[in-house]
Design a protein around this ligand. Structure first.
Ligand SMILES: Cc1cc2nc3c(=O)[nH]c(=O)nc-3n(C[C@H](O)[C@H](O)[C@H](O)COP(=O)(O)O)c2cc1C
Ligand code: SF4
Ligand code: SF4
Length: 316
């Protein structure tokens, strides 16, 4: 139970955070470093994805690079050891924007990478709405990679259906109903082309965060605040079919369907368990209302997500 003292403590932390300078925001960050190679042979496209969009964009990039003759690995961040990153000569990292930033498990994963000296890197995010702070989330990801001595060569944000279940009925949600479309995939194609071009020319990318209210909001304990709105988060043993999809999707090992238990301290409120359960067995109550997940959302609105044609021939 959250006490008044805990609340005051958190408020003090927030105020202190608001007064801190942003390490990557002051000026445009340009990394002047020699490229490991300007003719990459082995590329990695690695993403964290909870409703499949970042993974889908990553897969398309991987297919496009493969078509250009590169050896490409397309991987799920949750099952990819960051120690392997130096084995590649081009790395693309994908993530959703959650709570105005890259999710904390993505930031932790990037921070745990070894030195990536001279390796060209690019970041892409999928996001749900135009005011979602995606630019700064991208800068954050690039900054963490640049700290490992990698050379940023690109960043791009691709819009998707906002998979935030608490707002399924908002106007923002409806506006994104049929995304991604052909225009979205064209941007992905353009991005993949630009990355290769920049690497060939040995051109690093300057990036700088936008100081805006949204960036300040990013510093609030949004996950914690959201968890306060979740009254109940558990597993319905009568409905659960024991597929363990929720366990696979959870980035912090917080859900235990066999014990019908969610570790609320560990949980980062990403809704991945709810958004992927095929049996409607993950129970989440948000401000007293039972939420439903992404498969059910698509079913209710009769939405089929458009897949890029490249997937028909691409084997990764
Ligand atoms: C918990 C949660 C928080 C989110 N927060 C944001 C946000 O701050 N800004 C934004 O643009 N989209 C936000 N979204 C929408 C996601 O970024 C969007 O649905 C994204 O495409 C999901 O990517 P994925 O399918 O790879 O997980 C949020 C979604 C969830 C589930
Ligand atoms: S995803 Fe749903 S059905 Fe599968 S183990 Fe988890 S709670 Fe049970
Ligand atoms: S238990 Fe929490 S952290 Fe794990 S998938 Fe579910 S919402 Fe995300």
């Amino acid at each position: 139970m959250e006490t008044r003292r805990d609340f005051i403590k958190k408020s003090v932390v927030v105020c202190a955070a608001l007064s801190l300078p942003l390490p990557w925001a002051a000026n445009a960050q340009t990394v002047q470093r020699e490229f490991k190679t300007r003719d990459p042979k082995r590329a990695l496209v690695v993403s964290y994805s909870q409703s499949g969009f970042s993974a889908r964009y990553g897969k398309l990039i991987a297919c496009l690079l493969k078509d250009q003759g590169l050896t490409v690995e397309w991987a799920d961040m949750r099952r990819f050891d960051p120690k392997r990153l130096p084995d590649y000569d081009l790395i693309l990292v994908g993530s959703p924007v959650f709570y105005y930033d890259i999710p904390e498990n993505v930031a932790d994963w990037l921070s745990s990478a070894p030195k990536l000296t001279g390796i060209p890197v690019a970041a892409f995010v999928s996001f749900g709405g135009p005011e979602g702070n995606q630019h700064n989330a991208l800068c954050h990801a690039l900054h963490l990679l640049a700290e490992k001595e990698a050379v940023p060569v690109g960043m791009e944000a691709f819009r998707s259906i906002p998979a935030y279940p608490a707002s399924w009925d908002s106007a923002n949600q409806r506006s994104g109903e049929h995304l991604p479309d052909e225009a979205t995939y064209n941007r992905v194609r353009e991005f993949a082309k630009q990355i290769q071009e920049r690497v060939r020319q040995g051109q690093s990318l300057a990036y700088s965060s936008e100081i805006a209210l949204r960036e300040i909001v990013r510093m609030l304990p949004l996950v914690w605040l959201n968890k306060k709105a979740v009254g109940k988060h558990t597993v319905d043993g009568a409905k659960c079919i024991g597929c363990r999809t929720c366990v696979k999707m959870c980035p912090v090992d917080a859900i235990h369907p066999e014990r019908q238990f969610v570790d609320h301290d560990k949980c980062i409120a990403c809704f991945g368990c709810l958004n992927n359960c095929p049996a409607d067995a993950v129970v989440v109550e948000y401000r007293g209302n039972r939420l439903y997940g992404f498969p059910e959302y698509l079913k209710r609105r009769k939405i089929t997500i458009l897949e890029p044609p490249e997937f028909q021939h691409c084997k990764l």
